[in-house]
Write a protein that binds this ligand. Structure first.
Ligand code: HPA
Length: 306
């Protein structure tokens, strides 16, 4: 098995005084050492289960609301429920348990993650830690994330897709809290890989479309934002707001993976239109736009250089 390359731009943090290099300190840290060991075992077991399929994906795709049909279009699909992967989350959304679908898009073997755990479900941002690390362990090099998001600009009306160029972490939570060692100080510069973004824009152009780029603001939720919050996010320079993606990007960068993320804008954010916000509206709007969005995603993945 190949291991993913670690980011190299963390050496400036090597002299930090609070970066213990060994485990086994007393007090509450003992419990977290146990938890870290349990997670490590779960990742090893999950990686073994995926490896045993004989599939060797280098690209993983996380599906958000509206992006589900992407999994249905995979060639040679092999379905593995999260229940068989102990490092993967237990999901409580809409009765769906979550699954990995291994398959092929053009020349690439891919692992599709249908279902993610959101920080608003547990109050923790690390719900996808085991899943992301399992992907890195089996040799996945690129994490493609999709999501549904609210638009902060009338230039991106509902139904638009937006490549995430950068994010703002408005939740102030991190999936790396409690992590040991210097690698926790991971750089978030170019977290959304510029070369992958250029490739994605070119792929969508070849389809006759144009892919906008913008900044994604991660809001913890689960309540929607207030109009005052949305005005603040606009002032901060965000073009989209959503309740996912940023934690997995942090985890993927920490694990040495390159990241690409695409938002499907399902609504104007709070206060920007007369439309009433609801999860049902998000899902209905995502379903309406999903055919074109999935066609774009398929082209992007098919033409990706890994
Ligand atoms: N806000 C946050 N998350 C979302 C939205 C929104 O308006 N639409 C879809 N996901």
């Amino acid at each position: 098995m190949r291991t993913a390359q670690q980011p190299t731009n963390i050496s400036a943090m090597n002299t930090t005084p609070n970066a213990p290099t060994h485990r086994g300190t007393a007090g509450p840290a003992v419990a977290s050492v146990d938890a870290a060991t349990a997670l490590e075992d779960a990742i090893t077991a999950s990686a073994a289960r995926l490896h045993a399929t004989g599939r060797r994906p280098r690209i993983a795709v996380v599906l958000g609301s509206g992006w589900g049909p992407f999994a249905q279009a995979l060639a040679e699909p092999l379905h593995i429920p999260y229940a068989e992967l102990p490092a993967f989350p237990v999901l409580h959304v809409g009765g769906h348990a979550g699954e990995v679908v291994l398959g092929r898009v053009g020349p690439h073997e891919v692992a599709v993650l249908a279902g993610r755990q959101h920080a608003y479900e547990t109050g923790r941002a690390d719900g996808m830690k085991g899943a992301v690390r399992t992907l890195a362990r089996i040799g996945v090099q690129v994490l493609v994330q999709t999501n549904a998001a609210g638009s902060l600009t009338h230039a991106l009306p509902p139904g638009s897709t937006m490549l995430v160029a950068d994010h703002i972490n408005l939740s102030h939570a991190s999936p790396l809290i409690g992590e040991r060692g210097d690698t926790r100080f991971v750089s978030m510069v170019d977290a959304y890989d510029p070369a992958l973004r250029a490739g994605a824009r070119a792929a969508v152009q070849r389809l006759g479309g144009a892919l906008a780029e913008g900044v994604y603001a991660w809001f913890l939720g689960p309540q929607f934002e207030t109009p005052a919050e949305i005005r603040m996010f606009q002032t901060l320079g965000a073009q989209a707001v959503g309740m996912s993606t940023a934690p997995e990007t942090i985890l993927a960068r920490h694990a040495g993976m390159r990241v690409l993320a695409i938002s499907l804008l399902t609504n104007m954010a709070a206060g920007l239109s007369a439309e009433k916000l609801s999860h049902a509206h998000t899902l209905a709007s995502a379903a309406a736009a999903s055919e074109r969005a999935v066609a774009e995603l398929t082209a992007i993945v098919r033409e990706m250089e890994v």
